[in-house]
Design a protein around this ligand. Structure first.
Ligand SMILES: Nc1ncnc2c1ncn2[C@@H]1O[C@H](COP(=O)(O)OP(=O)(O)OP(=O)(O)O)[C@@H](O)[C@H]1O
Ligand SMILES: [Mg+2]
Ligand SMILES: [Zn+2]
Length: 297
């Protein structure tokens, strides 16, 4: 009998299983009572575990294969670990820095409108997105979402990220959602004298995110001069380049056409992205306009 169990924090037996070690300390009358209860129908089962050694268990209900029962300490530890991972996954989903309307959202919140042709296209895109998320891994394709304002590019990118967390979560998973202008601002903030960060470390950290969404590339350019805008592009390109080296996919949204985007990003970044890229052009009416309420007074 393994005495280590006495110190274990995982000592709450499941209702159908009682560890003899645990029952041994009880007063005799209670043990007697338990044993005399015919409805419990107990059977003694031995387990021999590489980690926890030999254990003896009272199984209080006849299970089909009582003599093949696994070490219950292993099972409790595994259940506790799975619970912990599930909680961490839920915490990550709830804390993603994506627009609040997309926190915890899923594809059931994506409505499909338009004529038959548009509906079929959108259904195809949604199917692809779900499969992409379910099989997310290193070396997976980059995604470029292009199209007019209000067509759901940001929403789709966020739904994909949420689904990746749901389907592929692991304890060290990190998800970053950044507007392109925000990346520039945050890099520039590292140049402040008081900052404990530096731009190289920032770019490396962001590049290493398991999932990275760069939203609104080409929008809200924070630079005043062409030269400064070139520097902004260089920094974005450095992130794309680094992720390419790390074989980590990047999801990008932009109002530019794909060609304008490639031109804007320059050959180096565009070539790397296009080596494995799914280009989704969201050519349908703006959801904001379709569902918006405009009143004239
Ligand atoms: N298919 C859809 N089903 C439900 N809501 C949608 C759909 N498409 C867009 N929306 C909603 O419409 C609004 C605009 O969508 P979103 O911000 O994703 O558009 P966008 O293409 O990123 O626009 P922009 O180019 O201006 O950034 C959001 O509130 C979003 O939740
Ligand atoms: Mg958007
Ligand atoms: Zn064990």
């Amino acid at each position: 009998m393994n005495t280590a169990y006495e110190n274990s924090s995982l000592r709450n037996p499941k209702p159908e299983l009682l560890d003899k070690t645990h029952t041994a300390g009880r007063n005799n009358s209670l043990d007697g009572l338990i044993r005399s209860m015919p409805s419990l129908n107990t059977v003694s089962v031995e387990t021999d575990c590489q980690i926890h050694g030999k254990q003896s268990w009272l199984v209080t209900k006849i299970v089909d294969n009582a003599h093949n029962i696994e070490c219950q300490k292993c099972k409790w530890e595994r259940d506790a670990y799975q619970n912990k991972v599930q909680n961490m996954q839920a915490d990550l989903l709830a804390s993603l820095e994506i627009p609040s309307e997309h926190i915890n959202a899923d594809f059931s919140q994506w409505s499909v409108g338009g004529d038959d042709q548009i509906r079929a296209r959108i259904a195809n895109i949604v199917n692809f997105s779900k499969e992409y998320a379910a099989s997310y891994r290193k070396g997976h394709a980059n995604i470029l979402l292009t199209g007019n304002t209000g067509t759901g590019k940001t929403k789709l990118a966020c739904l994909i990220a949420n689904e990746i967390v749901r389907q592929c979560y692991y304890a060290q998973m990190t998800v970053a959602f950044k507007r392109s202008g925000q990346i520039q601002q945050e890099i520039k903030a590292t140049w402040d004298k008081g900052s404990s960060d530096n731009d190289t470390a920032y770019i490396e950290r962001l590049s290493r995110s398991t999932v990275l969404i760069i939203d609104e590339v080409g929008e809200a350019d924070t630079s005043f001069s062409d030269k400064a805008a070139d520097k902004d592009r260089e920094r974005l390109s450095a992130i794309i380049d680094r992720r390419y080296q790390l074989r980590l996919p990047t999801i990008i949204t932009t109002n530019m056409t794909a060609d304008e985007f490639y031109h804007q990003m320059g050959d180096r970044a565009s070539d790397r992205l296009r080596q494995n890229l799914v280009d989704i052009s969201c050519v349908w009416p703006s959801y904001r306009i379709l569902t918006g309420k405009v009143r004239s007074l």
